[in-house]
Each structure stands twice: as C-alpha cells, then as structure tokens.
Design a protein around this ligand. Structure first.
Ligand code: SAM
Length: 242
C-alpha cells in the first residue's frame, strides 16, 4: 500500500517511521511519502491560508495551494488514490472503515489546520477520486496530523504480514461487534490478585465461553449501543443468558 500525507508540519508525521509502522516500511508492506504543503506556494510568505468569505474568526486553507499539491501528489502513481480529509465535521472513523481502506492500494491524507480547507478542494478532488471526510471523535484538535496518524495506524496493522500474529486483529475489539474483555499474563498472583481460575484450567471451550461473557459484560456496561447494533442472530443462546 502507498500512503501520502500532505501537511504544513511534516515533522508531526515522524512517528510513522517508528515501531510497527516503521517495520511495515522496512518490510516494504507500505511506502510512505510526507509532503510539505508550502512547497506548492508561490509567494515570499509561503502563505497557505486566507481570511474566510462571509467573515468570522480564524483562517481557511487556500484552494489554489491545495489544488496544486493534490494534482501533483495524486499523479505520482498509476492507481487511483482515495483522498482522506480528517475533519471533526466528517463521518465517524471506525474499525469497519479501517478494514475497507486496508483493501485500497493508495491513500492520500490531506491534513487541515486553522478552520479547515476550502470546500472546493474536496469537491473538485471528488470528481476524480473517492473522497472521505472523516472524524476520529467528537472533539476538536488543532490539526489533521494526529488524526491521520491514528487512522494510518489502524489501517496498516490490518495489512497482511504487518502484525506478528494475524489472529490478534481478528480477535480485537470491534471485530465481532463487541469490546474485548480483560487480559492477563504472569505472575499468577500479583498484589494478592489472582488470574481468573478458568484461564489456567486448560479447558479451551470454557475459556472461550468466559472470554465471550466478559466481552458481552464489558460492552453492556461501557458501550451498550454496540450491543443493540449487533445483527439479528449474532447472539447465541448462551449469550442471551448473560
Ligand atoms: N472549523 C472546524 C470545525 O469546527 O469543524 C475545525 C477545524 S480544526 C481546528 C483544524 C483541523 O484539525 C481540521 O481541518 C482537521 O484537519 C483537524 N481535526 C480537528 N479535529 C478533528 C477530528 N475530531 N477528527 C479529524 N480531524 C480533526
């Protein structure tokens, strides 16, 4: 997969070279380009923003600079990229979106700042490529870089050969519509707190049942709306006893 990020703060994306993402680059599972939006300015101040039409506080990112940047970055490969525009006013990003994007050959992230990017940039790009305006949560950050990093990490860990054990992603929270239950490791007793007996029983069916029950209980208490969203038939008889 190819990932390009356009930003006025390229260094903000340095964590892309760390840990799991860095390994994915080393192993050539992904290739990453981080581009400074100011490279497409033509004035001495390298301005990327201007005051908003209609008045109001803050500044808006200029369409001409963004337009040129997207034209050039978006023409660098044969495939059609998906343009992702992080914005608090977008559709919520979730695990299903990450799974869908993980099938794409090429993602371009356009990181906004100030009040955001002139809407015409997004509308114009949408005539040539799929565009998703997405939010990582109901709060407002100062820029799209952290949101882009969040989404890139969620997508890249789903790519084949990136996680040490592919089963981890299959058993994570949200994969079956539920939150994952608690997990434990050695020592068996820590600060007088023992690991639940069933996990040391070696009885795989009992362990699977216990994990499912814990997931149901946790989801019920923390995210009840996920339970109501489960498709008909997803809960078995034993689940319903919970
Ligand atoms: N005026 C915008 C609004 O109220 O919808 C907020 C702009 S915000 C201060 C600046 C930039 O931060 C946005 O263009 C976007 O790139 C990013 N951003 C802020 N919050 C975000 C969120 N929850 N999800 C994704 N991106 C976000």
């Amino acid at each position: 997969m190819r990932i390009d990020v356009i930003t006025i703060f390229p260094d903000y994306l340095n964590p892309l070279r760390e840990a799991l993402l860095g390994k994915a680059i080393e192993r050539e599972r992904i290739s990453v380009g981080v581009h400074d939006l100011r490279d497409w300015t033509h004035d001495v101040h390298r301005a990327v923003d201007d005051s908003p039409y209609g008045g109001g506080p803050g500044m808006v990112m200029k369409p001409d600079v963004w337009g040129e940047a997207l034209d050039e970055v978006g023409a660098a490969q044969e495939a059609t990229p998906r343009l992702i525009v992080p914005t608090p006013a977008g559709r919520p990003f979730d695990q299903k979106t990450a799974v869908r994007w993980s099938q794409d050959p090429w993602l371009i992230f356009a990181c906004g700042r100030y009040e955001g990017i002139d809407q015409r940039v997004i509308d114009d790009a949408a005539t040539r490529m799929p565009v998703d305006e997405v939010s990582i949560g109901d709060y407002v950050l100062v820029g799209g870089e952290v949101a882009a990093l969040t989404m890139i990490e969620a997508v890249v860990r789903l790519l084949p050969g990136v996680l040490g054990n592919p089963l981890s992603a299959e058993q994570d929270s949200f994969s079956d519509g539920l939150l994952e239950g608690p997990c434990y490791t050695r020592p068996e007793v820590w600060r007088d707190r023992p690991v639940p007996d069933v996990l040391r029983s070696g009885n795989h069916a009992a362990i699977a049942r216990w994990r499912r029950d814990q997931a149901l209980e946790r989801t019920y208490h923390r995210r009840p709306e996920l339970l109501s969203a489960l498709p008909e038939g997803d809960l078995d008889k034993a689940d319903r006893k919970q």
